[in-house]
Design a protein around this ligand. Structure first.
Ligand code: NAP
Length: 301
């Protein structure tokens, strides 16, 4: 029996682990892939208080090492389901805990084009910091209007010869500071009020077709396409036990409490207004603190 099982080793999950370990709790972190979560795709983080500049990978490594140094137990197993008694079933084992913290984050949203899957890894990427270096002095396009798309465009503008930023509206959801910086770049072109409706190519991306609000279609020759149209949660496996909204996010009250006592949620997986590193780590610390106090009140009974 663990005190707390934390599902997901991104910033929210690892921060929860840090707080729980510092309170001497017996914890298990379960992670399906690799630690760090989405932040490892950030080429540069500049909005985390106290740290002026750090890459996502470096941030994840530092947090992971911090948690490991406190003796964290991490197992790389995919969680298949949980139940009301806080049993956690993975591909390999079944575990039980006094409390569970779900910190499963979100995954990249697909654009929804038929040919999208065919081009993944063949000129199409969802991660500029992972794949951007393949496009030195080449032409690329980024699709999206949030912080990820703006940051990716900025990053790619320092590598590629030309970057098209394609967005379906004429204003950006992302921070104006990024937009202002992009406007100074000679090799960045904004393609606004436009959607990418087709990707062309034999065995790799060669061009894309964009359609504007007036139904005019334009073919743009590109070597690479970066899709940055947001994230989607993957919370279906928890739906039998806790409430989830129509978009798949976990409904939370008091920030991190789910509809089921002793099951908490931290980070991007929950309904919230701002999904950023600061809010993910804040959730992790709060979820662990609430779980610790719930366990203490249980023990006192
Ligand atoms: P996001 O903020 O949800 O933005 C997604 C963008 O993609 C929106 O501009 C949206 O257009 C567009 N979009 C969605 N579906 C589309 C489709 N089918 N076709 C074309 N365009 C589509 O996602 P994000 O940029 O990945 O950011 C996610 C969260 O992480 C945000 O809270 C963001 O602030 C945060 N983040 C923070 C940082 C940072 O703090 N440094 C960096 C990256 C991300 P509309 O605007 O028209 O809806």
């Amino acid at each position: 029996m663990y005190d707390i099982i934390i599902i997901g080793a991104g910033p929210a999950g690892l921060t929860a682990a840090l707080y729980a370990l510092r309170a001497n709790k017996k914890i298990l972190i379960l992670e399906a892939k690799t630690y760090g979560g989405q932040i490892i795709t950030a080429h540069m983080i500049q909005n985390y208080p106290g740290i002026e500049n750090i890459s996502g990978v470096e941030f994840a490594d530092k947090l992971y090492n911090q948690v490991k140094n406190f003796g964290a137990e991490i197992r790389y197993e995919t969680v298949l389901k949980i139940d009301e008694n806080r049993n956690v079933y993975t591909s390999k084992n079944t575990y039980q805990a006094k409390a569970i913290i779900i910190a499963t984050g979100a995954k990249n949203r697909k654009l929804g084009l038929e040919e999208e899957a065919k081009f993944i890894g063949k000129g199409l990427s969802y991660c500029a910091s992972c794949d951007g270096n393949f496009y030195k002095d080449k032409i690329v396009a980024v699709i999206g209007g949030g912080n990820t798309a703006l940051e990716d465009t900025l990053y790619l503008s320092n590598i590629a010869s030309k970057v098209y930023l394609i967005h379906r509206r004429d204003s950006f959801r992302g921070e104006v500071a990024y937009y202002n910086e992009l406007k100074q770049k000679d090799n960045v072109s904004f393609v606004l009020n436009s959607n990418c409706i087709k990707i062309n190519g034999e065995d790799k991306v060669e061009s894309i077709v964009v359609k504007d609000n007036n139904s005019n279609e334009t073919t743009i020759k590109v070597d690479g396409l970066f899709i940055a149209v947001g994230q989607e949660p993957s919370n279906e496996i928890f739906a039998n036990v806790i409430d989830i909204d129509e978009k798949g996010y976990i409904i939370a009250h008091d920030d991190v409490c789910t509809s089921k006592k002793k099951i908490y949620v931290a980070g991007d997986a929950r309904v919230k207004k701002l999904r950023q590193l600061t809010t993910a780590t804040a959730d992790g610390s709060l979820a662990a603190t609430m779980a610790i106090s719930e366990i203490a009140s249980q023990n006192a009974k």
